[in-house]
Design a protein around this ligand. Structure first.
Ligand SMILES: Nc1ncnc2c1ncn2[C@@H]1O[C@H](COP(=O)(O)OP(=O)(O)OP(=O)(O)O)[C@@H](O)[C@H]1O
Ligand SMILES: [Mg+2]
Length: 605
């Protein structure tokens, strides 16, 4: 069960978010400019209605006063309606169609680009980041963040931009007809908007909190289901549910707090608007009575205001959308700030491994502290010197936690060293590209983990370019063929998440097959056969020793009988070499750790 306090609240940095979104949008500049023009054109068209009505009312007044004939009036109406049909019906429709087509493309492209680059960024973050990350929360941030870049763009293009334009148009026009009415409208709008902005910002924190609580919940879901076996073995369903309930309760509270802002917000906003409208009505009719404006102009003012009101609500909705999207995006974009500490040097070349000589020179390394406890030391490797000549076998043995797997991780450069160098064929591994380094090593890791895909896929993963025949050779080598034969779906059998549907030994053999298929000059076997029965182990060991003949190999094993033929054996304890030599040298040292372990395993201690 995860403790909820490692996750920090996300910072909301609008400028930073917009900068990143703009980075993606930049390439579609022409689409954006066309879109904006279209949006403006559509606004103008929709605004033309109000004018049409003004002229209709004014002409009607003239007709009623007997100043124009019925025929003249009707032909005027007809002309206006044809204009209306053309503008609104034809132009409006066409523009709207083009606008939505362009927008769909722009948005889907934006989302897909954000998705792809976030995934790539997270994928490439160093091993250290991934040791600490929470899968559930990453999924949550990714989906929420990508989804909300769309809302952000929506808010800007549909809510902000056209509304501001319309606002300026409406107030400008009314200003032309009647100064006081225009001023009253301006004040109403400013009050309305200021209030909306204030509340939206107030909501930022509760929303952030709700997101954070949601991430905790999702994190817990993924943690529980990854560890479902532990839950079942220990019969802890109730306890797990209890903890989940607690998280869910916290999320509920946070959500209510966040949502409650809406309830009083809408009421107050409506009050401001109604007050404004009442003042405007009074003012404009006073002007009418004074003979300053016509009835047609009053119609214009009202249609403009009535149409503006939903826009204002729209603008506020858009603004809130904008703020909310920003909060959601922030948690994703924050990951972009996460720096990779294991990076390729600017001019890093590919490593060339011909011989396979490995050398550890005065290597010193300590793990980052697990928690932020000061004064406590993490495990470290101290001044390690190792030389592994080409085509030889080096065995690493020693107590659990002695640092054997750590040595392998350093060879793979999952971490950078504090001091010293690791050289392969004379090339410092910190100076070459990580990709080329890792492509020149193959490993059977201590804990094989498989993809939730077919057996065949999992083996072939090591070398996607391998032919079917080569993959099958690797499968045979690892003695997996007889097992596959018995499966109803043969090599197409799906192995389950992390390989849960295979036995420990089967997983290990898939892992061995992978390493064989990868076929690299340097081979690392970290407890590669520890989960196998003695018979299979012996068979695989025999094949492995054939395989190791022209490779440099590092073997890690607790069962000393599997490494006694190694060219050199190094005993690691507490991150230090405490003994080294070949098997005979080491067992002759009666007081040494190796000989003691050897006697223990032979049952002679
Ligand atoms: N990411 C990590 N952060 C901090 N400490 C770690 C980390 N990974 C391993 N350690 C610690 O480093 C020490 C050495 O671990 P390592 O895995 O190298 O041991 P090992 O010799 O391979 O042991 P085993 O035989 O049990 O596999 C252990 O005490 C372990 O707890
Ligand atoms: Mg280990």
């Amino acid at each position: 069960m995860s403790s909820p306090d490692y996750l920090e609240e996300y910072n909301v940095n609008t400028k930073y978010n917009l900068k990143i979104v703009w980075r993606y949008l930049k390439q579609d500049k022409w689409i954006i400019s066309t879109l904006l023009l279209l949006v403006l054109a559509l606004e103008l068209i929709s605004f033309s209605d109000e004018f049409l009505f003004k002229y209709l009312v004014d002409e009607a007044t003239l007709y009623q006063a007997g100043k124009i004939t019925a025929d003249l009036f009707l032909s005027y109406v007809l002309k206006l309606m044809i204009l209306y049909l053309f503008l609104k019906g034809v132009m409006g429709g066409v523009f709207w169609f083009i606008k939505s087509q362009l927008f769909n493309r722009l948005e889907s492209r934006l989302m897909s680009n954000v998705e792809k680059s976030s995934f790539w960024h997270i994928l490439n973050l160093s091993y250290r980041f991934h040791l600490n990350k929470k899968t559930g929360s990453i999924i949550s941030k990714l989906t929420r963040g990508v989804g909300k870049t769309e809302s952000l763009l929506d808010a800007i293009t549909f809510q902000f931009f056209p509304v501001f334009f319309r606002l300026i148009l409406s107030i400008g026009i009314i200003f032309y007809f009647d100064l006081y009415t225009a001023l009253a409208l301006l004040v109403t709008v400013i009050l309305f908007l200021a209030f909306g902005v204030y509340v939206s910002h107030k909501q930022e924190r509760p929303q952030n909190m709700a997101n954070y609580k949601e991430d905790l919940l999702k994190q817990n879901v993924s943690d529980v289901f990854i560890n479902i076996e532990t839950v079942k073995y220990f019969g802890k369903e109730k306890r797990t549910q209890g903890y989940f309930n607690e998280l869910s309760h916290n999320l509920k509270e946070a959500r209510v707090k966040f949502w409650d802002y809406f309830s009083w917000y809408v009421g107050l906003q409506t009050l401001i608007l109604t007050l404004g409208v009442a003042v405007i009505v009074y003012l404009s009719f006073s002007s009418y009575v004074e003979g300053k404006i016509t009835l047609g102009s009053i119609t214009l003012i009202y249609t403009a205001i009535w149409k503006l009101i939903p826009y204002l609500y729209g603008l506020m909705y858009g603004y809130r959308q904008f703020i909310m999207s920003n909060v959601d995006i922030s948690s994703l974009f924050e990951i972009f700030k996460e720096e990779n500490e294991v990076v390729d040097k600017p001019q890093a070349k590919k490593i060339k491994v011909k011989e396979g000589n490995i050398e550890f020179k005065e290597v010193t390394f300590s793990y980052p502290l697990r928690d932020h406890h000061h004064g406590k030391h993490s495990f470290s490797i101290k001044s390690l010197n190792l030389k592994i000549n080409k085509n030889t076998k080096l065995a690493l043995v020693g107590p659990s936690g002695g640092g054997k797997s750590t040595v392998v991780k350093l060879l793979y450069r999952l971490f950078d060293l504090n001091q010293g160098q690791i050289l392969i064929d004379g090339q410092d591994i910190s100076q070459v590209t990580q990709e080329s380094l890792r492509n020149s090593l193959s490993i059977v890791p201590q804990e094989p983990i498989l993809f939730d895909n077919s057996l065949f896929f999992n083996v072939a993963y090591a070398n996607p370019r391998a032919s079917r025949k080569e993959v099958w050779q690797a499968i045979k080598f690892a003695h997996l063929d007889k097992f596959i034969e018995k499966l109803p779906n043969k090599e197409k059998t799906i192995v389950g998440e992390r390989g849960v549907k295979l036995s420990g030994g089967e997983k290990q053999r898939v892992s061995i097959a992978r390493a064989i298929l990868a076929n690299k000059k340097i081979l690392v076997l970290d407890e590669a056969t520890s989960a196998l029965d003695s018979e299979t182990e012996k068979e695989i060991q025999r094949d492995l020793s054939k395989l190791m003949r022209n490779r440099t190999t590092i073997i890690i094993a607790h069962r000393l009988s599997t490494i006694m033929k190694a060219d050199k054996i190094v005993v690691l304890s507490g991150g230090k070499v405490i003994e080294q030599g070949n098997h005979n040298d080491l067992i002759n040292n009666q007081t040494g750790l190796y000989s003691r372990l050897w006697r223990l395993q032979q049952g002679k201690a």
